[in-house]
Design a protein around this ligand. Structure first.
Ligand code: F6P
Length: 459
């Protein structure tokens, strides 16, 4: 292979540039050219395929900085529809005209589903990324546990999963995904910062973290020591929750709850999806999980409880809601993410050059160490070919204590004990540089724009 393409699809994460940098570094060593496709699959759907040469003369371009969050290539939630054969042949033709012999897609489960269609036309390898940490399996045979149940609705069925089996942590397929560690770093700090206000004003703080239908980010946020963690995989039961909140209030006069955006009630209905909107890839957009928990507590505890305890303050005023939001997805990646993202980027290039096809570069945990590996993408697919997000295993979360189980703590420990590097702490030193007051922000997009090339569409 003389030239490969790389694209970053789906939501951004802090570790994408590190992945691209790792891939380009390895390609430089192997004397392979790398074209970066602008804006994920959207770039391939555009007849001009805007792209950037990332390693002219086998040197990485200076904009490619692994410590910079986001992606210099841009990202989008567009994907290639496997039913649109005409579009697929256009995309294959465009890749041919760019002389791209193989493609690295940096993405999550949605990207992998989208990549399947392309895999019949060109060798493709996925390099995992997602702050949600839901790309992979809890154990190798997990994909066989999905079944379809007839239901009313446009598709005529609902996808469900049989209860999983017990497993050892070293059985997990793709143990952890770059982007997750930085998201947890940010969300844990947010909990610590909001805690002091809740503590001082004797309030209940409900903090919502991302993760879609996976509770992994919420689980990791236990490093910020919230009093209660709610995850989508464990439906919210109002009575035990209210009882727990009351016990905590009684003891410490305030409470901090960390709520995953995808939490559901005991009927499995999403508490956060107050609007039925979907993003371009068909994912439910979650907007109000923390608000739903606030409503529940306001209703159950009532004004009288707070008026009595807090000198006439209403329940509404005593309970406040904050979303960590996109701050957990952006900014400088911490050491764990930078290091393993770049390793996985390099691994993807090796895989392509070894002739691998439609596979995933994975990060495994074996014998107490992280190791790179790869997996045939088919192993992640259920019997109908769908790749599902990995659910947080019930064995990692204790719903009675609303906190990670001992196995959950062990899982987090393996990732986070050495996740921060000295330079992560050092980087804060520059926050108050006076130059920042006198110089406007310089976007990398300005420099990348100067490098963008396009296919001639008149041909
Ligand atoms: O999948 C990553 C993620 O950050 C989810 O945790 C979240 O629900 C979603 O993306 C938000 O997407 P967007 O930035 O498109 O609103």
């Amino acid at each position: 292979m003389k030239r490969i393409g790389i694209l970053t699809a789906g939501g951004d994460t802090p570790a994408l540039n590190a992945t691209i940098a790792g891939a380009v570094h390895r390609a430089n060593q192997l004397r392979v050219e790398v074209s970066g496709i602008i804006k994920g699959f959207s770039g391939l759907l555009n007849p001009q395929v805007p792209h950037v040469q990332l390693n002219p003369l086998f040197h990485s371009i200076p904009e490619l900085d692994p410590t910079r969050g986001g992606t210099i290539l841009g990202a989008s939630r567009d994907y290639v529809n496997s039913d649109d054969t005409e579009m697929l042949s256009h995309v294959a033709d465009r890749l041919g005209r760019l002389k791209i012999d193989g493609l690295v897609c940096v993405g999550g489960d949605g990207t992998l589903n989208g990549m399947q269609a392309l895999s019949n036309h060109i060798p493709v390898v996925l390099t995992p990324k997602t702050i949600d940490n839901d790309l992979g399996l809890n154990y190798p045979d997990e994909a066989t546990e999905w079944f379809r149940e007839p239901s009313e609705g446009p598709r005529g069925y609902t996808e469900k999963k049989r209860p999983g089996r017990d497993f050892r942590l070293d059985e997990m397929v793709n143990y952890v995904t770059p982007g997750y560690a930085t998201a947890v770093y940010v969300s844990s700090q947010s909990i610590e910062r909001i805690r002091t206000t809740a503590e001082s004003h004797r309030r209940i703080a409900i903090i919502e973290v991302m993760g879609r239908d996976s509770g992994m980010i919420a689980l990791g946020t236990s490093y910020g020591q919230p009093d209660i963690i709610l995850v989508p995989e464990s439906p919210v039961e109002p009575d035990p929750l209210v009882e727990r909140v009351l016990t905590i209030l009684d003891k410490q006069k305030h409470a901090v709850l960390c709520v995953s955006e995808g939490i559901v009630d005991i009927e499995g209905r999403s508490l956060g999806a107050v609007t039925a909107s979907k993003d371009p890839a068909g994912n439910q957009v979650y907007t109000g999980a923390a608000d739903a928990i606030k409503r529940l507590l306001v209703e159950r505890l009532g004004d009288a409880f707070f008026t009595h305890k807090r000198r006439n303050e209403s329940a509404d005023a005593a309970i406040f809601v904050r979303k960590v939001g996109h701050t957990q997805r952006g900014g400088r990646p911490i050491l764990f993410d930078r290091f393993y993202a770049s390793q996985l980027g390099g691994k993807a290039v090796d895989l392509l050059l070894q002739g691998a096809h439609n596979c995933v570069a994975t990060l495994q945990f074996r014998d107490g160490n992280f190791a790179l590996d790869s997996l045939d993408a088919n192993k992640l697919r259920d019997r109908w070919g769908i790749i599902h997000a990995r659910p947080l295993s019930p064995s990692l979360y204790d719903p009675r204590r609303f906190f990670p189980s001992p196995k959950g703590i062990e899982y987090l420990r393996t990732i986070f004990t050495n996740a921060l590097g000295v330079d992560d702490v050092e980087s804060i030193r520059h926050l108050f540089d006076t130059g920042k007051l006198t110089h406007p922000y310089e976007s990398v997009n300005v420099d990348i724009n100067k490098r963008i090339q396009r296919l001639d569409t008149l041909r």
